[in-house]
Design a protein. Structure first.
Lengths: 202, 207
């Protein structure tokens, strides 16, 4: 899901940087010292997750975990993903350096939305509601990322329906796997340590 | 509270390390292309960093001035061959789907001078008259020349054929692989950055 250098046209990746800086500036205001260890752990998890491949689908795909990062960090997830992507780009050449902005939007904005989706579970309290909303949030993190990826690739002149179909097909296994992982992690954390999840009772 | 987080962090990192160490694939996900020369043909090979071949990847070749020379598509094994268009730095761009892109530069220094057939000067001494006479009446100078030419091209062809797998291995080994150190280094960076931010945030609070 990482866009490499030279794929996007200059106005698109520059625009990506501008939007990323804007969102990051807003999110930075919510940072508190006591959140930093949690953020470090989640950034590391996100950083490493892309190295775990799942040999399914037409292209090889890897875990993204942006939904889980979003649920646990809330608004801070965008910064966490920005840091993770920057390091991936410089250390692994995983995604381009010019496209760090665009990639951050592609994975960070869905993370923020996953957090919103997950926090809906408080309105619908029923058995396993956290697990189910966690799973849905995990899957939608990937799904929205795929949607943004498609839109970005369309700016390069690809045809929307073709790319969208291909992207959705390639990321379907990852969506299912992330839904399962996120669901499990969230239900485990709710039982053991609910205060880890952003916005839960401390 | 902080102690609990620390414990949680340590467990998480141990889990991450376990996953990395047990997983056979710790290559970042990107596309890799490399090219090598065999005779007058350029062989390219494209694959995803986890070893999966790039099928139907678009390949475009540019010269050093940025002129497009040719284009093509990789087959199901990620291979694409083309005749060497000219002696120049060739920039071979691979465009796989979904925003995956990479390039490989086959530099002119790697391309040997290809002797043109017409201006080819044989580098052997013409056989002495005496030997020809000894050998028999039919053996003329032309026969010997043709034979040496043929021998040379046969040797070149078989050498190319023999060296091809070696060239391939060499080029493949040249590709940067992700090391364990980099993964750990990255995690270190993250904790360092977060630590610095935490330091400043907590100072602000006190001040």
């Amino acid at each position: 899901m990482h866009i490499a250098d030279g794929v996007l046209s200059a106005p698109v990746w520059i625009g990506g940087y501008v939007v990323t800086v804007g969102i990051a500036a807003i999110c930075t205001k919510k940072m508190r010292a006591e959140d930093m260890p949690k953020m470090a752990v989640m950034t590391s998890a996100f950083f490493v997750a892309s190295l775990i491949h799942i040999p399914l689908g037409p292209t090889s795909v890897h875990l993204i975990l942006n939904g889980l990062v979003g649920i646990i960090l809330g608004p801070l997830s965008f910064i966490s993903i920005l840091v993770g992507l920057t390091l991936q780009a410089f250390l692994f050449q995983h995604g381009g350096i010019t496209t760090i902005g665009a990639n951050s939007i592609m994975m960070g904005v869905p993370a923020l939305l996953s957090y919103r989706i997950f926090s809906l579970h408080k309105r619908f309290r029923f058995r396993l509601s956290e697990t189910i909303f966690g799973a849905v949030a995990g899957a939608s993190g990937v799904f929205l990322g795929t949607l943004i990826l498609t839109v970005l690739l369309v700016t390069t002149g690809s045809e929307f329906i073709g790319v969208a179909k291909y992207a959705a097909l390639a990321h379907l296994p990852i969506m299912i796997i992330e839904a399962i992982i996120t669901g499990f992690v969230v239900s485990f954390l709710m039982k053991v340590k609910p205060e880890v999840l952003e916005g839960e009772a401390r | 509270m902080k102690k609990k987080f620390l414990k949680f962090s340590i467990y998480f990192i141990l889990l991450c390390l376990f996953v990395i160490m047990t997983g056979s694939n710790i290559f970042a996900h990107k596309v890799i292309i490399f090219a090598y020369l065999g005779g007058d043909t350029v062989y390219t090979e494209s694959y995803f960093s986890d070893g999966k071949k790039v099928k139907d990847g678009e390949i475009i070749v540019y010269d050093s001035q940025g002129n497009k020379l040719l284009e093509g598509k990789t087959d199901k094994d990620g291979l694409f061959n083309f005749k060497l268009p000219k002696k120049d730095d060739l920039k071979i761009i691979l465009n796989a789907t979904m925003g995956h892109k990479n390039s490989y530069i086959l530099s002119a220094s790697e391309i040997p001078d290809i002797p043109e057939k017409s201006s080819y000067i044989p580098t052997y001494l013409p056989p002495s008259r005496g030997r020809i006479e000894e050998g028999g009446k039919a053996l003329g100078k032309e026969v010997a020349e043709v034979n040496l030419d043929q021998i040379k091209s046969i040797i070149e062809n078989s050498l190319d054929e023999k060296l091809k797998p070696m060239m391939r291995q060499l080029k493949k080994a040249e590709q940067k692989k992700l090391s364990f150190t980099e993964v750990i280094g990255g995690i270190g960076y993250i904790f360092g950055i977060m630590g610095i931010i935490m330091y400043f945030l907590s100072r602000k609070k006190e001040g």
